[in-house]
Design a protein around this ligand. Structure first.
Ligand SMILES: O=C(O)CCC(=O)C(=O)O
Length: 212
């Protein structure tokens, strides 16, 4: 893959800050590799269908998901859902390493989301939980239906929309999680599935000692 196969998208932060960037590799995987990884993910990941309690009612989250790590003595909590980690299968270790090599950042955790069709989604949020450290760098690998990923600036409300094709890789750089939330909105009349891996890094030593 040549340098021209990646697009660098500058991302404004605060007035006095240098911009950060998103880096998009639209075809990080070939169609054949992406097809096979999509099928493998749908079939082999032990998908959870979690619910959150809202106004006294249990509401199913509009997607399936799971949390993977390089060891199992770790968990991840967001939207009041705590997921104990599933150990990375070998193929996910390989994926984390290849993405680490491509982006220059280490990854040892992955949240994997399965959007069964256009009515599945994830609402506005930032990947900024304390256990991800002071400046989380996130790599997002998309497989299946091409969907629009949006980022919204916390102060200006400005929205950046990026279409994420089958087999694409998106790196969200330094401080993006401080200044932006992101989401994947529902779309009408879409019947095909999408799987997304967000690779992240947690400091195992700090996590085990209880200091984020
Ligand atoms: O599916 C996506 O592209 C977004 C996933 C996401 O927002 C997350 O895992 O935090």
């Amino acid at each position: 893959m040549s340098l021209f196969d990646r697009q660098v998208i500058p991302v404004p932060l605060g007035d006095s800050d240098d911009p950060s960037e998103l880096i998009l590799w639209p075809q990080w995987l070939s169609k054949q590799e992406a097809d096979s990884l999509l099928a493998q993910s749908i079939e082999n990941i032990p998908w959870r269908h979690d619910s959150i309690r809202m106004f006294g009612k249990l509401i199913p989250v509009p997607r399936l998901q799971n949390w993977f790590a390089d060891h199992t003595n770790t968990s991840y909590t967001y939207s009041r859902i705590t997921m104990g980690a599933v150990l990375f299968p070998d193929w996910m270790v390989d994926l984390a390493q290849s993405i680490g090599k491509e982006t220059g950042h280490p990854f040892n955790r992955a949240l994997v989301n399965y959007y069964r069709d256009g009515s599945d989604s994830v609402d506005w949020h930032a990947d900024d939980e304390p256990e991800l450290g002071p400046d989380p760098i996130i790599s997002s690998l998309s497989l299946g239906a091409e969907r629009i990923f949006q980022l919204r600036h916390n102060i200006t409300g400005e929205i950046l929309s990026i279409s994420l094709p089958h087999g694409s890789l998106l790196l969200m750089g330094s401080r993006v999680q401080h200044f932006y939330q992101h989401r994947l909105a529902k779309v009408k009349a879409l019947n095909s599935p999408r799987v997304n891996f967000t690779f992240r890094y947690m400091d195992n030593q700090k996590e085990l000692s209880g200091h984020p």
